[in-house]
Write a protein that binds this ligand. Structure first.
Ligand code: HH2
Length: 267
């Protein structure tokens, strides 16, 4: 069964939930809700990576994320920390998180060594450019080959440093056009095969859904209105070899996966 990672953004400017969970208590409650709905991991992030989002310093990121990480870990929730900063990852692992999810692919100075020392699981994502600029002009000769090559090199570097538990992620929406996102979603089996690692896909409520709708002449303004498209992408990715899906709507995604399984004769 494809595993689910539920998303908790402790940020005032996250694109998907408009900062609704910015205060600590609601963020903890939301994490518990997602865990209760069947999330296998709850991903806590204190810095938005939405296109154009302003960077946050490590101190502020820790201030936002740490109380949520420790409150969830304390009651047995499996927690990942969504951060590009080794110092934030280290603080979160110290507070009970067990996975470092890095949209920057652990490319910050000292990141690989920190992960090896902390003995945590890592999720290595591909991103072209940085959050501020990545959607300006994504450019590849062959997006699938380039993302696969990037991930292979990151996996080799991490494995050489002694990191054992590595998951790869093509980074849907991180410096990619609609066509490039679709090509990557179709290429999950190749990414799995070339890296030899489990694949995580984060397509939930992303702008490619809105772009497909716009192409069809349907105006979709709010991220909440992207759930149908997110479920379609989740089912496609699961059937196409994704080991884990990073989603906002855990209950809905779990239900869609169960129904698809039953239809296919699994149960
Ligand atoms: N996408 C986002 C954040 N972290 N991590 C992984 N591994 N893969 C992803 O695709 C991914 C990610 C962006 O989505 P969201 O958390 O909803 O928004 P924000 O960036 O505003 O926190």
């Amino acid at each position: 069964m494809t595993r689910l990672m539920g998303i908790v953004n402790v940020t005032p400017d996250s694109f998907s939930d408009g900062g609704r969970y910015a205060a600590m208590d609601p963020a903890i409650a939301h994490g518990l809700k997602l865990w209760g709905e069947g999330a296998d991991v709850v991903d806590v992030g204190g810095e938005s990576t939405r296109p154009g989002a302003a960077p946050v310093d490590a101190e502020e990121e820790v201030r936002r994320a740490l109380p949520v990480v420790s409150a969830l870990a304390r009651v047995g929730v499996k927690v990942s920390i969504d951060t590009m900063k080794p110092s934030v990852a280290e603080a979160a692992i110290g507070a009970g998180a067990t996975i470092w999810n890095d949209v920057n692919g652990l490319r910050a100075p000292g990141a690989v060594e920190t992960a090896a020392r902390l003995k945590c699981g890592v999720i290595v994502m591909h991103m072209q450019g940085g959050p501020q600029t990545m959607q300006a002009a994504p450019s590849y000769v062959d997006v699938v080959a380039e993302v696969a090559a990037f991930l292979r090199v990151r996996v080799a570097t991490l494995a050489d440093a002694g990191v054992a538990d590595i998951t790869v992620d093509p980074g849907i929406g991180f410096g990619k056009t609609l066509a490039q996102n679709l090509a990557l979603l179709r290429a999950l089996p190749r990414l799995r095969e070339e890296t030899g690692r489990p694949v995580l896909v984060g397509a939930s409520r992303k702008s490619f859904v809105g772009k497909i709708e716009a192409r069809a002449g349907v105006a979709v303004s709010k991220e909440d209105a992207r759930i149908g498209g997110s479920l379609a992408a989740a089912l496609f990715a699961a059937r196409n070899g994704a080991d884990m899906l990073r989603v906002h709507d855990v209950a809905e995604t779990a239900q869609a996966l169960r129904v698809a399984d039953a239809l296919e004769g699994g149960a």
